[in-house]
Every structure is written in C-alpha cells, then in structure tokens.
Design a protein around this ligand. Sequence first.
Ligand code: NAP
Length: 535
Amino acid sequence: MLTTSENRVESGAKVLESYLGGKWQAGVGQGAALVNPTTGDTIARASSKGLDLSAALGYSRNVGGPELRKLSYSQRAELLGKIADALAARREEWFEIARRNSGNTKADAMIDVDGSIGTLKYFAKIGGKLGDAHLLRVGSPMRLARDQTFQGLHVGVPLDGVAVHINAFNFPAWGLWEKAAISLLAGVPVLSKPATSTAWLAQEMVSAVIAANILPLGALSLLCGSPNDLLDHLQLGDVVAFTGSADTGESIRQHPRVRQQNIRVNIEADSLNAALLGPDAAPDSAIFGLFAREVVREMTLKAGQKCTAIRRVLVPDYHEQAAIDAISALLKMTVVGDPANALVSMGPVVNMAQRKSIAEGVARLKTRADVAYEPGDFALLDADAGRGAFVAPMLLRAREKSNDDVIHEIEVFGPVATVVSYRDKAEAFAMAGRGGGSLAASIFSADTAFLAEAAVALGTTHGRLLLVDPTIGDSHTGHGIVLPSLLHGGPGRAGGGEELGGLHGLWFYHQRVAMQGSATTLSAIVAQAADPAAE
Ligand code: NAP
C-alpha cells in the first residue's frame, strides 16, 4: 500500500462496494478517501462512478417492493427484530469501526450503534401490534350522507416505489436504521446512501444483514460514494428522506426531477438548538447544576457533531457569569485525544475539512462574541495535532444583544456553544425563536408554570422540547437524544420534516386515500387495515 508522510494509507484499506440490484458492485476509479480522523490515515475508499442507478432503483421497485408487501406489518416487524439481533451480535466490531472512521469514543459510538439497534427493536415491537394487516386506516368508517350505508374512511396504502434515504456523516448507523426500520415496516424497499466520509460502518452493517439472509431480495440496497444521477431516476411512488446540511437539502428539494414528479421529500437539516435556564434557577440550585452538565455533555458528545446539540445557551443576565463559570469548570475536565484511550472523553471531528469549517464558523461567531472559555494549554492524549482533526471545546459569550444575528444563524458543527443573556422571559422566548426553526430546545427550571409557558412559547419554532425540572434531573434521556417513540424534525431551517414518532412515521411511506363507498365495501377494506393510532 502507498505510504507517504503526507497521505498515509493503512495497509488493507478497504474498497467499499455498493449493494445494488441484489449484488455487491464496485464503482470505477479510486473514488473518495475515508480517513481515520485521529491519524489522518486513509482507511477505505468509495466510488460509485459507473454504477447503473436507474437499474438499481428499478430492481428495488420491481423485486423488493412486491416481496416486502406480500408480508403483513407484523411479519415485517419480525424481520426488524432479526436485523436488530444480527447487529447486536457484532456491537464491538461496530464500535471499532466508529472509532476508526468517525473518531468516536465508546460513549459516542453507543449513541449511534445502540441507538440504531434500539430503534429497530422498538419498531419490531410496536409494528407487531399491527398484526396481519396490509393497509393502515384512520379510525372507523363514518357516515357521509343521509343514507347510512354511504360511508367514508381514510386509508393508507403502502407506496409502490422505493425509499431513497440520504444520510449525514455524523450518524452512519442510526441514520441508516432509523429510516430503514420504518420504511421496511411500511413495506417500502430502501436504497440507502450514507455520507461518503463515514460510510464504512453503514456498509459493514448492511453487509452483515444481507449475509444473514433476513430480508427479501431487493428490500435493502446501499449506495457508497457520490449520489451521481440517483435523483434523476425517481418516479411516482418513490420518496426521499434526507438528513444533512440545509444547503444540500435545498438542492434536493429544487432538483428538477423531484419538482417535476412532485416526489415526496422529508428534510432533516441543521439547527441552532438552544438550552434555556429559567429565571428562577439560582447558581447553588440543583437545576443550575443539571443545566451546566447538559450543556457540556451536548458540546462534547461526538465532539459536538450532533444535529440536535446545544449551540446557544440562554441564561438570565444576572446569572450569566455564574453560568459561564459552571460550564467552564466542567469543560476543563474534558480530555481530548485518541478515542482508543479510555481516559479520552472527546475524540476528533470527522476530518480536516470539518475542522476547517469549525474554525471558519468560530471566526464568524467571534465578530459578535468573545471567548468565555477555551483550554489554556490544548494538549492531546495519545494523538498528534498535526495529523488528527482535533478541536478544543470552546464557550463564547455574545457581546451585544442588539447586534448578535450571527449567533443565531451560524451552526458550528463542533464542540462550540455561545452564551447569550436575556433580560426577561419574553426576551428569552424571542431569542430561542431566532434560530429560525430548530430541532430541539431544553428548558431548565424548578418552576412548573414557567416550563409550561416556555413550552407553548417555543412550540411554533421547535420540533421537540425537553422540559427539565429537578424531579427528572437524572432520569431524562438528554437534550440531544432522539427517541423512536417521539417525532424528530423541526420547522424552518431545521428542514420542516418529521421522522419517527412511533407508528405515526409510517404515514410518510403510505398514500393516504379518502375512500367512499357502501358500508359493506368499506368493511372489506377495514378487514385488511390496522389503525396505528389505536395500537
Ligand atoms: P451534507 O454535506 O449535506 O451531506 C449529507 C448527505 O447528502 C451525504 O450523504 C451527501 O453525500 C449527500 N449529498 C451531497 N450532495 C448531494 C446532492 N446534490 N444530492 C443528493 N445527495 C447529496 O451534510 P453532512 O456534512 O454529511 O452532515 C452535516 C450536516 O447535517 C449538519 O449541518 C447537521 O446539522 C446536519 N444534520 C442534521 C440532522 C437532522 O436530523 N436534522 C442529523 C444529522 C446531521 P456525500 O457524503 O457523498 O457528499
């Protein structure tokens, strides 16, 4: 293997093949390099050049779809359980890949890997409750006219196309399975495209599931490397579920084929999530400590590379310095370095390009904010700052509220957050909304009335709100953790999408049809349908 001091390639670097049309296929040429962000070494390559994506989509539609839809919801749910078991059996291998390709510590990798297995298990369980049905329904037939026998019913028919899933680099496992689980449960075959930079884990997981022969042929395909002309071949019945940056999301929405064919698209994009400390929270209170702990956890888990991570820290002006001190004291304990060392609590970001983008984002934030905390001596454990994509955790403090637009606009996808002080609760709520539509906000207060008021005030601009009072201080699942039972997605710049939400998520993969007919005809349809809201 080629080895130079500038661009080292690990011996045995893998070529990531795509699984399309029921077979593994390699693209032509070298393709893109996947690196170990701790060392900078190339560990794999992926090319999709020359792959026939039109044929691949056709195979999913014509082979995978019909085979999947021969099964009932509960039979498909059973397949999800088998996928979860096959993946769970190799957890340690996934952690290793996540460390080498994503720079994940064990705790980082667990969110991705265990999150994906848990999501599959969850849908295996609740999907089973839909029983032998092949359709969805909303409630029961309703009378539409004077004649009682003329009735109406909303029915969901599984789409007969293919679900194209395009994922971001930060969750190669969870991004793949949280989307695939619900699509497969719906009876819609999946063509998944992981972000190239971290596609190795997705590729190995799909390979394990294909080798275990769990799914019907054509139910699951994988494209490693650039999307090329993938979207040019979409047609009626296909959907696109995308997670990634707002810019790419917009280019997908504006893609001529997507527009002409009115392809259903779900976008999960970037977000300026906030944590809001209630006006009641005194520096020596339990809730204050819980708030500081959560901010630091969000800044450092996966080195801040979570779409839901806290970027803006909103605190009452009279506690601004105390909040900065508490957060800084915890940040000081962060050990940055090679995630192979168990003492390391934060690894590198995904690659040098990401490190550069963080530096550029921080420079823009600094036009409106001052540094409140950065490590004096940024020493790495077992790692070389010249080769690895390491970033020091940094806390900023907004300078003037009248001139702080940048703080509410720039998503720095790394271990960086900005403290912004508010005068009163009206200003706090308005500031949270200035993110332009966010995935999540968390509010910390011991005052239930304040939490309830904040929840309603932030409701129109957020997809999820975590309302922490001291009674759930140690039991809540965390600001940044997406649960399969609850909706994931946010309005505005967060993409305007909705994923998961338990069985509600199935509707994205069904055509909702208003059926009108006689009571007898509608009961024949009801006999094949399950009501997900009732399960
Ligand atoms: P990205 O650059 O937008 O890429 C996302 C995916 O889109 C990748 O698979 C990429 O493929 C693909 N892609 C790029 N151009 C495309 C095109 N023209 N047509 C179709 N697909 C295209 O985002 P990223 O850098 O991977 O992820 C970081 C961003 O994602 C952050 O802004 C973060 O906030 C956001 N994010 C959001 C969520 C959420 O749930 N809302 C979750 C995670 C991340 P290649 O890799 O091959 O270029």
